[in-house]
Structures are given as C-alpha cells and as structure tokens.
Ligand binder design. Structure first.
Ligand code: GDP
Ligand code: MG
Length: 835
C-alpha cells in the first residue's frame, strides 16, 4: 500500500540522490539510535552508495557518512530533493544564485516542515461503531454507511485539513479483535504493522464499552500511538450512564475524545487531539502494560528476550506484543518471525510456556490471555463507569455487586479473614495433637534405644526436639495456604485489592500493593517478589519495606505455642489481633515513609478484575502440596542445622564449675533411708533442675543470651527468650525450636504437658524480677508482637536486596527491629501499669 502523501522511504532513493527527512517511523531503541545519529526531521541525506547486495547502504548526513541497513532505511520517510526544487523554484530564482545542486538551508527546512505536516491516521474499531460515519463527516465524502458483510476487504482513504496539517484518514473494516480469524482482522493488522499509521484512532461504541475496549487492549499491547473516539456518546448520555472519560484515559494511557459522529460533534476536537499526540504534546499518553499476572508475565518476558535478539524485528514491533501473540498461538506472528536466526529457540520457549499455562489453568492459552484482558477492562470500568438506572441490573456482575460493594465489601472481607484465622487455629489443632504425640513417642523410643552420651542428647534433644517442635505446625500452615490459594484461584484476591484501593491511597500506597502484602501472610518472600507487578518503583520499594510486618506462616508456630499456653479463651481472636497489629503497624509505617522518604505524585493504573473461577480441587491441592514440600525442605535444611547449632551451643562447654556439688547432694539423698521413694525422687528432680539450669546459664548460648539481656530486660524477657530471638534471625520457626531445646532441659518430669507447661512454670532466675513467672499473658503477647515485627528472616532480606538493593535490605533490618523493640516495650510497660 502506498503512503498517503507520496513521500518515499529513504531506502527508495538511488545512488547520488538526496532527500529531506520528514518522519522517522519505527520505535524504541531504534528511534533513539537513529535520532542520535542525526536522522531528524528536516535534515538532508544523500545516498553515497548501495552495497553490492543493496545492504547496507551508505549515507551522508550532516557532513559525515554512516551506513544503515535497508530494513532501517525503510523506516525513514523522506522526499527527494527534486520535489523541493519545484516547490522552492521561485525562491531560488529571486535569491542570490547558488551553486547548482545546492539549496539554502531555510528552503530545505521549510519544505520539510511543510511535508512533515502530513499525518496518517487509521480508523480502527468494532463493526458498527461509527467509523464510516466519522470518516464521511471528517472528509466530506459520502461512503455508504451501515454494516454489510462479505464486501471486499479494503481501506478507503480521504483527507482533511486541520490547523495547518493534512490528515490522511484510512477507514478500515470493522473488527472485534486483531487476531487472524477473519480476513478483516488480518487486513487491519497488516495495515497497522506495515503501513505504520502515525496515529490509530480507535473508534468505540460508547454504549457497549466492555466489548469495544477489548480491541483497545490489543492496541495497548502493540504500543502504538492511539486516540480513542468515544463515539455514540449521545447514546451513553441518553441511558443516564456516567463515565469519567478523563480518568479512563489516564488509566489506559490513551486520550479519549467523546464524539457523536452522526452529528459531527467532537470530530474537530478529535483531530486536534490526534495532532497533539502526533507531536508528542499530549500529557495523557503513556505506555502502560496490561498485567497478565504472575503466572503469565515471566513467560512473556522470556519470549520477549529471545525476540529481542533480532534487531530488525525489535525496531519495528513491540517485542512484548509479539511475545503475547505467540503465547496466544498466533500463526501470523510466528510467520513474521520466520527469518529470525533463533526461531527454534523462540518456538521452543513458546511451547513450554503454553504447555505450562494450559496445564495450570486447564484452559486454552488464548482464553487465558483474553480473560486477563477482560480483567483489565473490568477493573478500569469499575473505577470510572456508573451505569444509569436502566442499565444497572443488566451489566453488573451479581457476585461483584456484593463482594466489591462500597460498604458491604469490607465486612464481607473481614469475615473471610476471620474465618481463615479461625479455621487455621481450630481445624489445625487436631492433626497438631497427633503429630505432637508422634514426635514425643519417637523421642522417647530413640532415647530408650541409645546409650547415654552426647550423641543421644544430640539426636533426642537437638534434632527431634528442635525439628519436631516446628513440624507440628505443618497442618496450620497448610490450612493457611489453602485459604490463600483459594482466594487467588477464585479471583477474590483481585477484588480485595480493588475494595482496598481507596484505603491504600490514604496511606500512600496503591490498591495493587495489597496483593503482595496479602501474599506475605503465607510467606514474605513471594510477597516481596510479587511487588514486581507494581508499575512505580517507589510504590514497589515502599511495599517491600512494610511487607515484613505481614505475619508470615513461619511466625505462626510462635503464636500458636504462646496462645495455647497463655490464652485459654478466645484463641482465634487473639491470633487475629496479632495479625491486625502487624497490619496496623504496616499502615503507620507506610504513612510515615510515604510522607518522608517516598514523597511523590500518583500514577493511576488499572487493577485487573479477572472473571470469577471455581477453583479445582486439583489446583488448590497441588498448590498446598508445593507449600508443604517447601516447608519440609526448610525443616530439613535451615531449621535442622540451626537446631543442632543451638543444641551444641547450649550443651557445651561440659566442664562447668557449679556453685554447689549437686552430684554429691543427689547421691546423699538417694542414700538417705529416712525419705520415702516418692520424696527422694522429688528432691532429686529439683536438684537436677537447678543443676541443668545453672549449666545452661554458663553454656555458650547462655553467655550470648546474657550479653543481650540488658537490651531485652525492659521488655520483660529473660535471657532464654533473648537466645530464642537471636536464633530466629535465620528463620522465625526456629524461635520455637530454640525454646523447645532451652526449656526442655529444665525439668526432668518428662511425663506430659510438653513445652507449654514448661513455659508456664518458667521463673526469672536473675534480675529484679527474680522468682517471678517469666511468662504472663502480657509478656507472651508482647513477645508475639516482637516476633511479628523484628528482623525479617534472612530469606526475606535477600529477596528485598534482590528486588531493590542491599541498602534497602539493611534499612529494613534496622527499621523493623527498632519498631519491634519499641512496640514490645510499650506493650509490656503500659500493660504492667494496669495489671
Ligand atoms: P462502521 O461499521 O464502524 O463503519 O459504522 P457506521 O459508520 O456504518 O455506523 C453504524 C451505525 O451507527 C449507522 O447507522 C450510524 O448512523 C450510526 N452512528 C454512527 N455514529 C453515531 C453516533 O455518534 N450516535 C448515534 N446515535 N449513532 C451513530
Ligand atoms: Mg464501515
């Protein structure tokens, strides 16, 4: 198809011929490079010579020579100097005679400007959206209006003048989508990718936004200049529907002009907007990415990287668009890549990704991507569209009417959260008891089978005690993950971030930050990684910084232990309150940080609302199974190693000098005939308790604990709590393992009760609270808050460092620990005043 204004491409010029650049087509990196080399509007270029195989071609520009590939020269629009001659003839004649073959700079520039004042636009839209009507009105021609199928697929072309520009309008056949199912679609697609219109005018039927915007999402993927003509605006108004066109335009990064084509209303404004966009003057224009979600995006990226290696392709198309198309199994796109040297690699990547997606969702990859697009549209419209009374019933999704209701949405959400925590606790307690009993039995069995000595102590106290103490919380963790994956799979998670958006704005975040934060309840690491879906870097970092306050499942064992031991009533509620406390502190932090370190202006973006799906049991259970495996692996690795280390640190040195000779006293009691067997046993146990306690205080870990004791004493803790805190730096489950090891050693009465009883009996052995119980409900609660808030585990810190940099990770470390101390301090000291 020939270009509208007869201008040539640079590649069309023959040896020795000169031209003036009128336009640089192409995109991204190519554009930048070419502009840097001096190929800008109004500059003269001369062909020095075509290489033997016509590629590359050598040019002279601004006095130096460069060579361009033919594919690159094809993207530069010029007009040949002969034309300028004719145009500028009179001027040339009246001016001082100049050398033949040269023209004054002024003439060149004016001519280029004149020539550059041509804009090619293409009308793209659904059938019956009013393209032809608009086209006729704008150009004053009289094409037949109305929908007719089966006509030859063709583009009509006309032109109009506006503000000194000549606008060449192409009326394309109507399509619902730009795929390859119909000749119309292929035609439209080829027109956009090959004729490269300067601006695409997307004509939309305002009375049927959702369907019409689908095509728009494809234009967004293509990353081209678009203006939306929101046609049939009269219909919209008649129905009483209100649409915030400005906000919608900002969300999509595309300016929107309401039009009523039949009356010619808005067409002038539309063309002005087209000129603004063409001249890069429009503030609304912005390239956005439709977010296809954490499952699809990495695949897009991988394929994109492979395509990127082919420069001539990347110069002309958005690689992201091509990658998405490939994932949709689009054949035309594949054909267009057929000359890529790494085609094999691209196809392979695509096949693996498609397989992965289809297996995961049990659906055609094309459907998956279509759903994501409709999710984007639903999100954008939800924020900008208020259906009139007539339409309200019909269009709004019945489920969403309740779940994302302005007021009812919140109690429903809070109810679901409460249900999740309640189930985590109450359902989890049964299997927890079984595992507890199993671990206890195993410890006893191994203990009886082995001889006394360090090895037995290592296996029974260090390994079984340490790992067992944590493994019993596996059911709770599975239940929590079950709920989280349920929310993700049904699509409710996206609704939650939608209803939270306004609140999130208040604290300086975006609704989209909510999903990473919510995922943080499972594990902070994926939560931190999920911040990638946020478009703005500052949003990303701020979200990362506060996500450690979301209580991850690793902290759950600590709460379950302490709540079981010290809060006989309202256990679910107490647990819920700890989580809420984390959220509140995250909110406070966000407010403070967004006012200080992250002051910035808001960028609007769409929150995708994917269709509700009924999750399959298979999907959810695979999800849970993965979590279980992950958790167990962590158990075998970090936690086992830490357990052994802690055990060793508390076991050695063996040659402790005791304050009294316990062994002699025990022997004396055993030999005392005046005591009953019962009394003997009691006294011996008491002495052994004192001896072991004293040993532990002098062990390496005891010394370490003592070292930090002054720092934690104001929080009401003894040195053992301090040691547990230290060991939790690696992973927070280890806090429980350490407590298991440290407190287990204190009593010989292995009969029953386990760690909880031991915690209840624990008394201060030094300091001004000596003899008092260490753990009261108040101290336990303060300690839960401390564990909730302090030092995110090593894995989270690494994730933060990877997603931002080490400085932020370091900042998080100091910040969270500082906050933890303050909160625990205030809880304990204020609470002590009232108790
Ligand atoms: P095309 O298929 O996109 O080319 O759409 P047409 O231009 O053929 O228009 C389809 C129908 O919509 C015709 O009956 C037009 O009269 C009507 N139409 C076009 N624009 C408007 C508008 O702004 N408002 C209303 N109410 N009708 C319109
Ligand atoms: Mg038409």
């Amino acid at each position: 198809m020939s270009s509208a204004n007869n201008s040539k491409r640079l590649s069309d010029l023959s040896n020795g011929e000169s031209g003036i650049i009128t336009k640089v087509l192409g995109r991204g990196a190519f554009r930048k490079r070419i502009v840097e080399m001096g190929f800008i509007k109004g500059k003269a270029v001369r062909v020095i010579k075509n290489a033997p195989l016509l590629d590359p071609i050598e040019y002279e520009i601004m006095g130096y020579n460069v060579s361009l590939r033919r594919s690159e020269a094809m993207l530069i629009e010029v007009f040949s100097v002969h034309e300028v001659r004719q145009q500028g003839d009179e001027q040339v004649r009246t001016e001082q005679p100049s050398y033949e073959g040269t023209l004054s700079d002024d003439i060149l520039k004016t001519s280029a400007r004149e020539k550059g004042r041509n804009i090619n636009i293409a009308l793209v839209g659904n059938p019956n959206s009013g393209k032809t009507t608009l086209y006729n009105f704008a150009s004053g021609s009289h094409e037949r209006v109305g929908n007719y199928g089966g006509v030859t697929v063709d583009a009509r072309q006309a032109r109009m003048k506006q503000d000194g520009y000549t606008i060449h309008i192409f009326d394309l056949p109507g399509t619902y989508s730009i795929t390859e199912y119909t000749p119309e679609e292929l035609f439209v697609r080829r027109h956009i990718t090959e004729s490269l219109p300067d601006v695409v005018v997307n004509v939309i039927d305002a009375s049927n936004l959702e369907r019409n915007l689908f095509l728009t999402t494809q234009l967004i993927d293509m990353d081209i200049k678009v203006v939306i003509a929101l046609n049939m605006f009269d219909e919209l108004q008649r129905k009483g529907t209100r649409l915030d066109t400005e906000a919608l335009g900002k969300l999509m990064g595309i300016p929107i002009v309401p039009t009523v084509a039949v009356q010619g209303r808005g067409i002038e404004e539309l063309m002005r907007k087209v000129i603004d966009v063409y001249e890069d003057r429009d503030p609304v224009v912005r390239h956005i990415h439709i977010n296809y979600g954490p499952t699809i995006e990495p695949g897009i990226k991988k394929i994109q990287d492979a395509i990127w290696k082919n420069r001539d392709i990347a110069d002309r198309f958005s690689t992201r668009y091509l990658a998405i198309k490939l994932l949709e199994k689009d054949r035309a796109t594949l054909n267009s890549l057929e000359h890529c040297p790494n085609l094999q690699e691209i196809v392979q990547l695509r096949d693996t990704e498609v397989q992965y997606l289809e297996k995961k969702y049990g659906e055609n990859s094309e459907t998956i991507i279509t759903d994501a697009k409709y999710g984007f549209i639903a999100g954008a419209l939800k924020e900008t569209l208020r259906a009139g009374p007539e339409e309200a019933r019909k269009t709004s999704n019945e489920i969403d009417r309740v779940l994302t209701h302005r007021i009812w949405g919140f109690p429903v959400f809070i109810f679901f959260m409460w249900l999740m925590f309640q189930a985590t606790f109450s359902l989890g307690s049964y299997p927890m008891d079984w595992i507890d009993a199993g671990v206890g039995a195993l410890g006893e069995l191994v203990g009886r089978m082995m001889h006394d000595g360090p090895l037995r102590d290592l296996i029974v106290d260090g390994m079984i005690g340490g790992v067992g103490g944590v493994i019993i919380f596996l059911p709770n963790i599975l239940i929590l993950f079950f709920f989280i994956s349920l929310m993700e799979d049904t699509g409710y998670m996206a609704r939650v971030s939608f209803i939270m958006d306004r609140l999130m704005h208040k604290i300086g975040l975006h609704g989209k930050s909510f999903i990473p934060l919510l995922m943080g309840f499972g594990c902070n690491v994926p939560g931190i990684m999920a911040t990638r879906t946020l478009e703005n870097r500052k949003d990303r970092i701020l979200t990362m910084l506060i996500s450690p306050f979301m209580s991850c499942s690793a902290r759950l064992p600590v709460y379950v232990l302490l709540i079981s031991a010290f809060f006989p009533r309202n256990q679910g509620l107490v647990l819920f309150s700890v989580y809420v406390a984390g959220v509140l502190i995250a909110i406070l932090s966000a407010i403070i940080l967004s006012k200080t370190l992250f002051a910035r202006k808001d960028v609007p973006f769409v929150m995708e609302l994917p269709p509700y799906r009924i999750p399959t049991l298979r999907n959810t259970s695979t999800h849970m199974w993965h979590k279980a495996v992950q958790y167990l692996r962590k158990m075998g690795g970090v936690i086992l190693a830490a357990s052994i280390l802690i055990w060793a640190l508390s076991y050695y040195p063996r040659n402790v000098v005791y304050s009294t000779d316990y062994d002699a006293q025990i022997a004396a009691i055993a030999a005392n005939p005046t005591l009953s067997a019962d009394a003997q046993e009691k006294q011996v146990a008491h002495l052994e308790l004192l001896r072991d306690g004293e040993h532990q205080e002098q062990s390496y870990i005891g010394r370490l604990g003592r070292l930090i004791e002054p720092a934690i004493r104001p929080l009401g803790y003894d040195w053992k709590v301090g040691v547990s805190i230290l060991t939790g730096l690696a992973a927070k489950e280890i806090v429980v393992s350490s407590m298991g090891i440290l407190y287990q050693a204190d009593t010989q009465s292995d009969d029953s009760g386990g760690l909880m009883d031991k915690l209840r009996q624990q008394v201060h052995t030094s300091g001004n609270r000596i003899g008092q119980k260490v753990f009261t409900p108040l101290v336990a609660y303060g300690f839960m808050l401390f564990v909730l808030l302090y030092f995110p585990c090593v894995a989270s810190l690494t994730a933060i460092a990877r997603e931002s940099n080490w400085r932020w990770a370091l900042f998080t470390m100091v910040y969270t620990t500082g906050v933890a101390w303050m909160v625990a301090f205030l809880t304990f000291q204020m609470g002590s005043l009232f108790s």
